[in-house]
Design a protein around this ligand. Structure first.
Ligand code: ZN
Length: 139
């Protein structure tokens, strides 16, 4: 596997309204997109930091995995996942599987911003939930 860069870092928050102003101050840039990903029961907000983005994740219902994550973190959010940009996500998944890495997603699915995404299991990635993503829009 050879990711091209860190595409984004996902941070779970209880409220986008509260978190966005802080990250706008921290990064000196405005949030450029807010999007609901119904599939994952989250609302996401994106800010840029160079080539990398910060993805804020707010649960839209108690059944959201982000809600469960926040609950485990004493009701506060925290760093949730790291996402690597790859080219040829299917090949990367096959390679990961062949290397004995446990996959959450055997096949890529649709994520925010129209990216193809797939998660690797934190049990195989030293406790860090790891996402692979590919932007197939501009190809
Ligand atoms: Zn993500």
């Amino acid at each position: 596997m050879q990711p091209t860069h860190i595409e984004h870092i996902g941070i779970a928050v209880t409220s986008l309204d509260e978190a966005i102003p802080f990250f706008e101050t921290l990064l000196g840039t405005k949030c450029y997109a807010i999007e609901e990903v119904t599939d994952q029961k989250v609302r996401t907000a994106f800010l840029r930091c160079g080539q990398t983005k910060i993805e804020l994740l707010e649960p839209t219902c108690p059944e959201s995995t982000i809600a469960a994550f926040i609950e485990k973190n004493n009701g506060r959010g925290g760093m949730h996942h790291i996402a690597f940009a790859v080219e040829g996500i299917e090949n990367h998944l096959a390679e990961a599987k062949a290397a004995g890495i446990r996959l959450i997603d055997e096949k890529p699915r649709a994520g925010a911003e129209g990216l193809s995404i797939a998660f690797l299991h934190p049990k195989s990635t030293f406790g860090v939930l790891t996402e692979l993503c590919e932007n197939k829009n501009n190809k």
